[in-house]
Write a protein that binds this ligand. Structure first.
Ligand code: SRM
Ligand code: SF4
Length: 580
């Protein structure tokens, strides 16, 4: 007797997203970018727009000009953002000065320090794009992989203290960045932006030789890596696809806890998108870090979602599988040896690295707070000119933090007074004179440059922070390190879902208000109210701060208080604050 089983219903694999086809047809990131860049046009085609990201640039438009240009019936004012790839945020004095020159020559005259320790130039016209990228490379820097579906800028505590753990982490961050840089993509980059010479034909060799880690279609989406210390989580380790937390014994780094699956972005219309914190997976030795990073990247390459770009991040693989299955698959198919359990090392601090600090070699570094990472001259605060003067005269190294701040290093003790007087001359505030809430605030660029912005952010936050300073001062809470982060949309570029107060653009002048996160980046916040008009934000927060002052437990932080009392009580407090 034969038994017949019904054939299993055919499952149609989901259709790959349009970007997958663009990558596949690009011959390792070339496409027809060379022709497009040479053409006498002010913008790129849709495919060119996608490919140029891998080379470190985004096509944007001047959004301030949008309305009047529409009225006048003229097209968009196209311009490009150029993002450096700067592992650990490190620059020599000459490199910093070269980037500053380029910002003046081809950009909008400002430098934008990013939340991933990089620098962006904004307002570059298409005709100047090649010269800008070439200029960056002349300074021995690069933009390759600053954006696109690859491992993005690797972040790492930038403090040039010289202690063994930071020295090792900074070297490993460089090593991971170098190892995960696109391989054939590098050739394409040279052809397009530098010498124009074609070195061999990558299409003629097997994919695994041409692009050994990524393959011909690269990753399903961006991938982000961070290094941090338990007592100094200045890189927000848990916001990353992949995090390495140093395990330090008797002052020596002896290994790393590997975390996976963090990320911030969410999309309003898609309830299956959300911020998630990375989870501990295993422990690796220092000499295993690079191969562990590659193994996680390979897992993501093979298992990440290639049809829905909104869900194409490693965080959804970890979340959808559960960390147990993630560990299993990682161990069996990618790490290929037994995983060792992570060491329990709670995150216990974040150092903004502000002010003067002695390096181990006897020299000094100075951490400066840069409001929302924007380096510009405005009014009395001539930050851009002041930094130029400081870097030229003190020949100090420059490091950018993941909090959008700047660390000037390698300064001789004898030069400190001269540096201090230059700060004074250019109106650059010493961090210890700044209110806490300002130092702990961050905002993304949003309008006028970001094409995805629903509201203002960088231009709106300083005013809100000024008002908050007044409220906190009056309540005697000025000394509290309350973190306030703002973004112009829920993509989360300033990591607003981990801060004590998150303000996320909803549209027009309305924001979703989040509270209950953690200054140390250990906890996600929660939504308190949606679509809050900007003028009601401060009154609502004032109501919360007043209750916090009266009801807080000893030593309790604002975010912890909000998490403890819960959303219902908080909503009662804010319901009518600032009007209804
Ligand atoms: Fe971001 C897209 C700016 C860090 C999540 N981000 C963008 C774009 C390129 C807009 C676009 O796609 O057209 C923004 C350019 C604005 C402009 O005018 O410059 C932009 N992101 C930034 C920067 C400059 C914000 C800042 O204030 O510094 C940061 C540059 C980092 C760098 O140097 O590489 C920046 N972006 C982040 C972070 C924070 C982080 O990585 O620590 C996040 C959240 C973490 C994460 O990835 O989950 C982040 N950016 C996004 C997303 C949402 C991704 C998602 O999972 O859905 C987008 C949208 C996208 O990729 O389509 C995005
Ligand atoms: Fe643009 Fe949104 Fe990122 Fe802000 S959070 S830079 S508005 S994508």
């Amino acid at each position: 007797m034969t038994t017949e089983t019904a054939p299993a219903p055919a499952v149609t694999p989901p259709k790959p997203s349009a970007v997958e086809a663009i990558k596949a047809g690009s011959n390792y990131l070339r496409g027809d970018l060379a022709e497009q860049l040479a053409a006498d046009t002010d913008h790129l085609s849709e495919d060119g727009k996608q490919l140029v990201k891998f080379h470190g640039s985004y096509q944007q438009e001047d959004r301030d000009a949008r309305k009047y240009r529409q009225k006048a019936g003229v097209g968009k004012a196209y311009m490009f953002m150029v993002r450096l790839k700067l592992p650990g945020g490190k620059l020599t004095p000459d490199q910093y000065l070269a980037v500053d020159d380029l910002a003046g020559r081809y950009g909008n005259g400002t430098l934008r320090l990013t939340t991933r320790q990089s620098i962006q130039l904004h307002g570059v016209l298409k005709g100047n794009l090649k010269a800008t990228v070439a200029g960056i490379n002349e300074a021995l820097l690069s933009t390759l992989g600053g954006c696109g579906d690859v491992n993005r800028n690797v972040v790492c505590c930038p403090a040039p203290t010289g202690d063994p753990a930071r020295v090792q982490m900074q070297a490993l961050a460089d090593a991971v960045a170098a190892h995960l840089a696109p391989h054939a993509g590098k050739q394409a980059y040279h052809e397009l932006w530098l010498n124009g010479e074609k070195v061999g034909d990558p299409a003629a060799v097997p994919v695994e030789e041409a692009e050994p880690v990524y393959g011909a279609v690269y990753l399903p989406r961006k991938f982000k890596t961070a290094f941090s210390l338990p007592e100094d989580n200045c890189t927000d380790l848990l916001a990353h696809c992949l995090g390495f937390q140093a395990v330090v014994e008797s002052g020596r780094p002896v290994g790393y806890n590997l975390f996976a699956g963090g990320g911030q972005g969410q999309t309003n219309s898609k309830p299956d998108t959300y911020p998630l914190l990375a989870l501990p997976v295993c422990r690796v030795d220092p000499d295993e870090v690079v191969s562990a990073a590659e193994a996680v990247v390979r897992l993501f390459r093979d298992h990440g979602n290639r049809s829905d770009r909104k869900r194409a991040r490693l965080k959804y693989v970890v979340h959808d599988w559960g960390v147990g299955r993630f560990r299993q698959v990682f161990e069996r198919d990618y790490w290929k040896r037994p995983l060792r359990p992570p060491v329990d090392l709670p995150i216990s601090g974040v150092d903004l690295h502000h002010g003067w600090h002695r390096q181990r070699d006897g020299r000094w570094f100075l951490g400066l707070s840069v409001e929302n990472g924007r380096v510009k001259d405005e009014g009395r605060l001539r930050l851009r000119s002041g930094l130029r003067a400081l870097v030229s005269r003190a020949r100090c190294t420059v490091r950018i933090s993941a909090q959008q701040d700047l660390l000037l290093g390698n300064i001789a003790a004898a030069d400190r007074p001269a540096v201090d007087s230059l700060l004074c001359e250019y109106g650059i505030p010493r961090p210890e004179t700044l209110p806490m809430v300002r130092k702990w605030s961050m905002a993304c660029p949003a309008i006028p440059t970001c094409g995805l912005a629903l509201t203002e952010s960088e231009r709106a936050l300083p005013g809100i922070v000024s008002q908050l300073e007044g409220v906190l001062d009056a309540l005697g809470l000025a000394g509290e390190p309350i973190s306030v982060r703002m973004t112009g949309c829920p993509n989360g570029c300033a990591r607003p879902f981990q801060s004590e107060v998150g303000l996320v653009g909803r549209g027009g002048t309305k924001y979703t208000l989040y509270v209950g996160g953690d200054t140390l980046g250990r906890r996600l916040n929660f939504e308190l109210e949606d679509s809050v008009p900007v003028e009601r934000v401060v009154p609502k927060l004032a109501a919360l701060f007043t209750a916090f002052r009266a009801e807080r437990a000893a030593g309790e932080a604002f975010g912890a208080y909000c998490a403890r009392v819960g959303v219902d009580r908080l909503r009662n407090l804010t319901a009518t604050a600032g009007g209804v």
